[in-house]
Ligand binder design. Structure first.
Ligand code: NAD
Length: 512
């Protein structure tokens, strides 16, 4: 590892510059609060920020609701699209600034951070087009002189709670679509990425000014889960879109349901790839290594299990272990163009990785490579690790859990049925893949995988915005981003219009 890490002072300076360029202001707390923005690159605090009080959160929801009622819901959708168009332009202009902040706060390597901002730009383009395509259907009425149709209407205030690992893209999937659908927004970002949130808010406020949209359409509230819980419990929040761990979804979902609110849950995954004997192994190895070790194993779609046919298991694992050897010298400063693996988000991720490796060993697992901490001397408070590959004799309890760190478990199978059973034998259902050149196998897997995302000959991570994103089972069932995911942000009304001078009842009922 040749990398020299930047100092916290350098990162602080860089973060301040990016924030100012994005038009974020007043972010530093005037007096020490003990609530710091931090960077996983050095593991140290950048500067103190102020968390939102309950009165401020209450006011943010109130402002969003007022703006919805008085202006935004009645603004024509193509005009609402104009705001998102302007946001997309500003994101293009400030791509580097936002990518800097994503790298500083989430520890993503530069190209992945820039890719995340590109996703924001893409969803703005998508949402702009969508603003002219919020189609409802018309259906033939069974009654003469009647028209039957569906119309779509905004919901109101959308609460967005996001996770640390996609600090800006997930916000933009929700925000760009929710705004063109006519909703206003209150965002509670992860407590680990408040600065990227302030920068996004700054850019959106500039977009509002530039196109004459009301600034009340978007509010940010900062803090830990207690602040999120206020959005969860407030009946003025019509839709709560929450991204994070399954544990978080299990707490949040029932509470929103209890007040008859709507919930859109995007929760943890435990993603697997089946690698069949006919697979192109070059593709399979590259797809596996990026999906498993990229983002230091901290994507919801990270590949956590490889289910490989026993005839090619040794060959494949040797090649994966060889490729992991090439990663080893490229772990370090995520700003360095040569780096492929940045830091874990915090100590708790490292503790989870170690605990998981110990449990895997107790279940008969053999660590083939990785798991060691690096750069400890250079940055004692940061957690850099070598991505690990573990050969497992069976799918034990630990393999069925999502450990949010770079551990790839290798399991073997004999028949495709067995592979599918192993694949679906976890509680999560986000992303899945098969590597095969056998069309029958591919088609069988496409139908049999119980995940929201099912790929052939590409890895589990790196989705495009054009499709609906989300997963089944404990992953929560929500869909965001492209396709018809916009429907979650609107309510449907079925309308019957009688333009005759009779009043025939449906189903031929006679009454008076
Ligand atoms: P987390 O669950 O710890 O926190 C996520 C967010 O929820 C944070 O903003 C947090 O403050 C808030 N929160 C937590 N408990 C809450 C509660 N009871 N009430 C209200 N708010 C609460 O997750 P994390 O560590 O930030 O992110 C990693 C997890 O997120 C992984 O499990 C990953 O798979 C998942 N994730 C899923 C997707 C997806 O689209 N399916 C995307 C990104 C991350």
């Amino acid at each position: 590892m040749m990398t020299t890490l930047p100092t916290t002072a350098q990162l602080t300076e860089r973060a301040r510059t990016a924030l100012e360029r994005c038009g974020a202001s007043g972010f530093e707390a005037p007096a020490p609060t003990g609530q710091s923005a931090r960077t996983p690159i050095t593991g140290e605090p950048l500067f103190d920020i102020a968390y939102s009080t309950s009165a401020e959160t209450d006011q943010a929801i109130g402002t969003a609701q007022e703006t919805f009622r008085t202006v935004w819901r009645d603004t024509p959708a193509p005009q609402r699209g104009n705001l998102v168009r302007r946001l997309g332009e500003l994101l293009r202009e400030h791509k580097d600034d936002l990518a800097d902040l994503v790298t500083i706060e989430a520890g993503k390597i530069r190209s992945e951070a820039a890719g995340e901002v590109q996703e924001m730009i893409d969803i703005c383009d998508f949402a702009l087009g969508l603003s002219r395509q919020l189609y409802g259907r018309t259906m033939p009425s069974e009654r003469p002189g009647h028209r039957l149709m569906e119309t779509w209407h905004p919901l109101g205030v959308v609460g967005i709670i996001t996770a640390f690992n996609f600090p800006v893209a997930v916000w933009s999937w929700n925000t760009a679509v929710a705004l063109v659908c006519g909703n206003t927004i209150v965002w509670k970002p992860s407590e680990l990425s408040p600065l990227t949130a302030l920068a996004c808010h700054g850019l959106l406020m500039r977009a509002c000014q530039d196109v004459g949209a009301p600034m009340g359409v978007h509010q940010v509230v900062l803090g830990e889960r207690e602040v999120g819980a206020r959005l969860v419990d407030d009946p003025r929040v019509a839709l709560l879109s929450a991204t994070g761990s399954v544990r978080m979804g299990q707490q949040v979902g029932p509470r929103v349901a209890a007040r008859m609110g709507r919930c859109l849950l995007e929760l943890g995954g435990n993603n697997a790839a089946v690698i069949a004997p006919s697979a192109d192994l070059d593709l399979a190895v590259r797809g596996t290594v990026f999906a498993a070790a990229g983002t230091a194993g901290q994507r919801c779609t990270t590949l956590r299990r490889v289910i490989v046919h026993e005839d090619i298991a040794d060959q494949l694992t040797d090649r994966i272990v060889g490729a992991y050897g090439q990663l080893r010298p490229r772990i370090g400063d995520p700003f360095d163009d040569d780096t492929l693996v940045g830091p874990l988000i915090a100590e708790r991720a490292h503790t989870a990785l170690h605990g998981a490796l110990e449990r895997a060993a107790a279940d008969g697992g053999r660590v083939l490579t990785g798991g060691e901490r690096c750069l400890e001397k250079e940055a004692p408070d940061a957690y850099y690790v070598e991505p690990a590959v573990v050969r497992m004799p069976s799918q034990s309890e630990i393999v069925c859990e999502e450990t949010f760190a770079p551990i790839l478990y290798v399991l073997t199978y004999r028949t495709l049925d067995e592979a599918i059973e192993l694949h679906n034998g976890v509680t999560q259902g986000l992303s899945s893949a098969i590597f095969t050149q056998d069309q029958r196998e591919a088609e069988r897997f496409l139908a049999a995988s119980d995940c929201g995302i099912v790929n052939v000959n590409i890895g589990t991570s790196g989705a495009e915005i054009g499709g609906a994103f989300g997963g089944e089972k404990d992953t929560g069932g929500g869909r965001e981003s492209g396709s018809d995911a916009w429907r979650a942000y609107m309510r449907r009304a079925t309308n019957t219009v009688n333009y005759s001078d009779e009043l025939p009842l449906a189903q031929g009922v006679n009454f008076l």
